[in-house]
Design a protein. Structure first.
Length: 239
């Protein structure tokens, strides 16, 4: 099945990051009008050098995703000028190893939740009133394979990604009768420059290519996925 997003607006949070650049580039190639909230000027410059044509056709908005009220106001303003988004892709998140639980503080968990769950919550809550009014929409978030089971020195990260999965399921159940699809993808290890630096002895060929993950996200944004609600799609590569 082929699908395109001509004349459809998609908001991609974290769209200048290592995964986000691929998602944004692929959606651009499929005809989407893109809105990309960003915070890192360094990421923005790297994106501009790598994908100049995409940058010229994309609306970038500097926005602190931790500020829920500012996210809401910004989305409301964007809807006035760009229309109701066809899709929302929540890519903001991050990984942190350890410490073991016996040495951990509650702040360790709170930081992981703030980094991974809070931006997804803020953007969903801000976009949903407009999608509900329009009677359609697609939301895709990024969990992780580690969200399915805990492992040593990954408690906070696993809990945060498990929260994304449960949030996805709950939200999907709330809005599925309004023609809004809410799903998430669960990558294992994504083949990014940062992960290669941190795990130089690993076999990178087994990891998930960012472009492959981006294509799964694009499918979930399409009408081909209109019957998929509350799914957590494994995208493990060969790990």
């Amino acid at each position: 099945m082929t699908y395109r997003f001509d004349n459809q607006t998609v908001v991609v949070t974290g769209g200048t990051g290592e995964l986000g650049q691929h998602v944004t580039s692929i959606l651009h190639g499929l005809g989407a009008r893109l809105i990309v909230p960003f915070v890192s000027e360094q990421e923005m410059q790297a994106f501009s050098m790598r994908y100049p044509a995409v940058v010229q056709a994309t609306r970038f908005v500097r926005l602190d995703a931790k500020d829920g009220e500012k996210v809401r106001r910004t989305i409301d303003q964007l809807v006035e000028t760009e229309g109701v988004p066809h899709g929302l892709v929540n890519l903001i998140g991050g990984y942190r190893f350890g410490p073991p639980i016996v040495e951990a503080e509650l702040d360790d968990l709170q930081r992981m939740l703030e980094l991974n769950l809070a931006p997804t919550f803020h953007f969903c809550r801000s976009v949903l009133p407009h999608m509900l009014h329009a009677g359609r929409g697609h939301i895709v978030s990024v969990g992780a394979r580690m969200g399915l089971a805990g492992s040593a020195n990954h408690a906070a990260y696993s809990i945060a990604k498990a929260a994304i999965i449960r949030f996805t399921e709950a939200l999907a159940d709330e809005v599925k009768h309004h023609n809004i699809n809410v799903n998430c993808v669960l990558p294992s290890i994504i083949d990014t420059a940062r992960n290669r630096r941190e795990m130089p002895a690993a076999d990178f060929t087994h990891w998930v290519a960012p472009a492959d993950l981006a294509h799964v996200i694009a499918f979930l944004l399409s009408d081909g996925a209109r019957a998929v609600h509350g799914a957590a799609i494994p995208v493990y590569g060969r790990v």
